[in-house]
Design a protein around this ligand. Sequence first.
Ligand code: S3P
Length: 731
Amino acid sequence: MFNKLCIIGVGLIGGSIAKSARAHKLATTIVGFGREADVQNLQTAKQIGVIDDYYVDIAAAVAGADAVVIATPVASITAVLALLKPFWSSQTIYTDVGSTKGSVLAAAQTVFGYVPDNFVPAHPIAGGEQSGVLAAVDGLFANKRLIITPVDNTNTEALRKVQRFWQGLGSAVSVMDATRHDHVLAATSHLPHILAFALVDMLGHKDEQSEIFKYAAGGFKDFTRIASSDPTMWADICAANKQAILPLIRQLQSELDKLYRLLADDDRQQLFTTFSYANNARQRFLNQIESIMSKSITFQIQPGGKLHGETRVPGDKSMSHRSIMLGSLAEGVTHVTGFLEAEDALATLQAFRDMGVEIEGPTNGCVTIHGVGKHGLKAPKNDLYLGNSGTSMRLLSGLLAGQPFNSVLTGDKSLSGRPMKRVTDPLAKMGADIKTTEQGTAPLHITGKAGQLTAIDYTMPMASAQVKSCLLLAGMYAQGETRVTEPAPTRDHTERMLAGFSYPVKREGSTASISAEGSLKAMDIDVPSDISSAAFFLVGASIAPGSDVTLKHVGINPTRTGVIDILRLMGANIEVLNEREVGGEPVADLHVVYSPLTGIDIPEHLVPLAIDEFPVLFVAAACAQGQTRLSGAEELRVKESDRIQVMADGLLILGVDAKPTPDGMIIQGGTIGGGVVESHGDHRIAMSFSIAGLRAQAPITVLDCANVNTSFPEFKDLVKALGLALVCTEE
Ligand code: S3P
C-alpha cells in the first residue's frame, strides 16, 4: 500500500503497527521517529527489524512518506502535530492511534486552526499492559475493533486508505464521530480502568495492615489486570476524556448504592435479578466479540466414502424460534425439550431475555421459559441483535409492531442485506410504524403502536411462512380479524403451536386468521429433529453407494417434506417409519439407503415445501443421471445468500454443468470433480458442498464455514461419525 511508512513513537503500539504492516506487506520501507531521549529504543527497534531506519529529525523522517502514523500518548498529540506542521504534505496521509478522539481533534484545531483533510484520526482497540518496542507483536490488531473518527471535511480517499490499511492489519473497522467514540470508550474502557485502579488503591492501602492480597486469587487477578497498565498514560487518557467519564462515575456510584441497599435489606430476589441481567449482558458481549474474532473455518473433504449408521440431528429451527416466542407470551411456565442450541435460535432466546423474560437454559436442549403473558414484554434497553436469523427478525417485527414500547432490530451483514419490505409493507397497512433503510433492509426502527393496529385481509405475493407468521403475531394485537392468504402452502408451525398454547387461530383453505381475543396458556413442547438438517443425510446416503442411514425423531410436517417427495421422484429409497404425533406435529424415523438417482423436472408445487433444501438437492441433481430442472424458486435468491448463484458458481468449479436461471437452475448430472468452493457465509451452502464430497473425484475445500453454527453446530461431528472424511480447520 505504501512505499514509505513513518511511525512517530515506536513503542508497543507503534512497533506493533510496524511489525504487522511488514508481515502483511503493506509498506516497502518503514521508518521510525523519536526524540533524542528515545534513541536507544529506536536503535533496538531497528536491531530487531521492526523498522528499517530511524530519525530524530522530523523533516528527514517524514520526507517522501506516503503515510505517517502518530503512535504517541494522547497528551503529546498537540506537540507532535506542531512538529509536523512545517512539513505537512498534501501527498501524505496522516493518522493516529489516540484513545480519546475529541482531544485529538482539539489538538489539530489548536495547531492548524482546522482539522486537515488528510488527517484521519483512528483508534485501535488493542493494547497490553507492557510498553516499549520489545513488547510489540505482529497480530496485535488482528480481529480487534478499530474506530475511525473522520470530520466533515475528511478526504474520502484518505479515509478509505486508512480504513484499508487497518483492515490489512486484520482489524474490524467501524466509522463513527469523535464524540460518540469518546462516550463509548469512556463506558467500556476508561471507567473499567478507573474502577480497577480504585479497587487496588483501596485494597492496597488496607493490605498494608492486613495482608489480604496473600489470599487473593483468580477473580481478583482477572478483575484488576488493567490496573497494571501504564499510570502516566491512563492519567492522560482520563484527563483528556473527563467530560464523558465524570457522569459515568456518578452512575456507577448510584449502581453501587443500589446494590448496597439490596444487600442491607436482604432483597435476595432483586440482587439475583441484577446479577442475572449482568450475567446475560456479559454473555451477549462475549458472543459479539466471538463473532468479530471468529476464526475463518474451512472444511476439507476427502473424496468418496459412504454414510452408515443411526443418528438424531438437532432440533427444528423454525419450531425452536416459535417455542421461545410463544412460551414468552404465555401465562405460566413452558418447558421445551429438543431445543436447537444454535446461533439463530439463541438469537431469539436472547432477544426475549432482553425484553425481560426469564429463560433458563438451554441445557442439553432443555429450556424453561417463565412466560410473562401477552402484554408482559418490557422495553429492551438496547438494540435487539439477531445475528444471521431472518426468522427472528421478520417474526419479531410483527410482534413488536403492537407493543407499548419502541425497539430496534439489527443483524449481521447477511441479514442486513435481506428484504424486509415484505413484512414492513403489510404491517404498515395495519398501522405499524417501522423504518427500514432506503433499500428496505435492517436495521428496523419500530415505534410500538399498542392498541392502534387494525386487522388486514392480506394475500401474500410470495409463499413465505415468515411473512405469514409475522402478520399472525401482529394480528394478536390488532383490532378485528387479521387474515393471511398464501399463494401456496408454507410451513404452518406458528398456527399449530398457537393452537397448542390454546390461542384461537382459524384455518380455511389457504387462509389463516387470528384476532386479539385470546391468551396463551403455557405448555410443554418437544421439538423434533429438523428435516432441513436431516436433508444433508438423506441426500448423502442417496448418492453414496453402500450407504444406509436411519435418522431418528424427525419432524415430518407435510409443509416440510418436499425434500422427501423430490428425492423419491428422483428414485431415492427413503422409508418413513414409526410415524407418530408429538405435541401437534407429526414425527417419524427416516431410513435411507443408496439408490441411483435420475434427473427430473421438479414440480413447482413442491418448491415452498423444500425451500431450505435446494442447495443439497442441487448436489443430488449433480449426481443424478440426466437433467434436473428447477423453476419457480426465485425466493432462493434472497436467502442467507443468493443460493441459485452461489450453488451454480460452486458446482461449476467442481466441474458440474449447472446453469442458473432467474428462478431456478438446470443441472446436467454427471461427475463431481474437486476444488475450492466458497460458502459465502451461508450454512446450508457449506454443508451441501461437504456432502458433495461423497461422490467427488478429488478433495473439496469449502471456505467460510463458521456459519454452520447458525443451524447445525454438530454437523461436522455427526457427518464424520457416519463416514464422511471431513477435516475442519480454523485459522
Ligand atoms: C422459515 C421460513 C422460510 C425458511 C426459513 C425459516 C420459518 O423462509 O426459508 O429458513 O421459520 O418461518 P420464508 O418465509 O422466507 O420462505
